[in-house]
Design a protein around this ligand. Sequence first.
Ligand SMILES: Cc1cc2nc3c(=O)[nH]c(=O)nc-3n(C[C@H](O)[C@H](O)[C@H](O)COP(=O)(O)OP(=O)(O)OC[C@H]3O[C@@H](n4cnc5c(N)ncnc54)[C@H](O)[C@@H]3O)c2cc1C
Length: 354
Amino acid sequence: MADAVSADGDTDGAGDGAPAAGRGEWYDVVVVGGGAAGLSGALALARARRAVLVVDGGQPRNAPAAHVHNYLSRDGAAPSELLAAGRAEVTGYGGRIISGSVASAVRLDDQDGIGGFRVALTDGSSVHARRLLVATGLVDELPDVPGVAERWGRDVLHCPYCHGWEVRDQAIGVLATGPMAAHQAQLFRQVSADVTLFLHTEPEPGAEESERLAARGINVVRGEVVSLEVTGDHLSGVRLASGQVVPRQAVVVGPRFNARADVGASLGLATTELRVAGQVIGTYVPTDPTGATAVPGVWAAGNVTDLMAQVIGAAAAGLMVGAAVNADLIAEDIARAVAAYRNPSPVAAEPISV
Ligand SMILES: Cc1cc2nc3c(=O)[nH]c(=O)nc-3n(C[C@H](O)[C@H](O)[C@H](O)COP(=O)(O)OP(=O)(O)OC[C@H]3O[C@@H](n4cnc5c(N)ncnc54)[C@H](O)[C@@H]3O)c2cc1C
């Protein structure tokens, strides 16, 4: 239990806040998801003396990768190492973290001026929260080509900033499955002179695109890719339907980025499609600039709302949204305090008889 959660249900660390004796375990904020975004939001909230619970399913998106890159001051750290440090920081300020999965959340009635949410975990337990911070990340939907899922995050890649340096000067293949493939090929051309674009099931590039590819020495191979070849524990080639195997050491794919937003579905939290060149490349939860979603009291940070956020960006968003949630709670605490100030309760106002 976080220090900030008092036995009588007062969830405000400063002792003058909200509610909830007799209504189960209450938190100011339940953070769903303990990746970079969720932990960073929880850290900001715990340091603001908010009672915060992080429920984390333990499946950060970058788990298959050996290292986190481009996180200033932590470049090369293992994903698990970064998260372990973040968890220690959150719990060091009284935040609580549990392993588990949130199944759903429902809004509580506001008859007593408390409102908030009941958050149900998949193990059957539930907790209550004044606000929800959804930081559940996204799922990379990979092309259905044998070998891609097996090598994902190792020598099957998507992001030049996460892995480009690691595959510099290697023989790189780009598997086209969407409108970004030629762009990805150009990005990886920055780190290697040996880049081949496999058109796979995508159409022939237009004249202008073909010229741009040719000008940078990017080879274009036609024909469906049927599998990736692995030798020992290394990717070694790309097999075409014709039987030809093109030797490659790394393959770049363009996953579809699906926001993990099921947890908010019961509250009406909806996702929006992100389109590039008329094609859907993913879904995300829309928010305003502070991270507030269209559902009052529900906020979102990290990949669930920003499909392009890298770890440091997800952490920064978590901090910003955590601060916005705290400000929102302060506004509610002020309103409650002013109401009590104007109308002292009869019990408190009565003279004490002896
Ligand atoms: C292979 C690969 C390598 C990458 N390498 C890098 C890199 O080198 N550098 C970099 O900056 N970025 C990298 N990224 C991107 C990085 O993974 C994301 O930027 C980052 O994970 C986003 O953080 P997040 O907190 O939004 O989501 P996540 O890190 O995905 O965390 C979300 C958490 O929420 C939990 N969760 C989901 N649903 C629930 C639920 N219902 N209940 C409870 N918990 C739930 C998940 O289990 C997970 O722990 C890489 C991505 C991939 C795919």
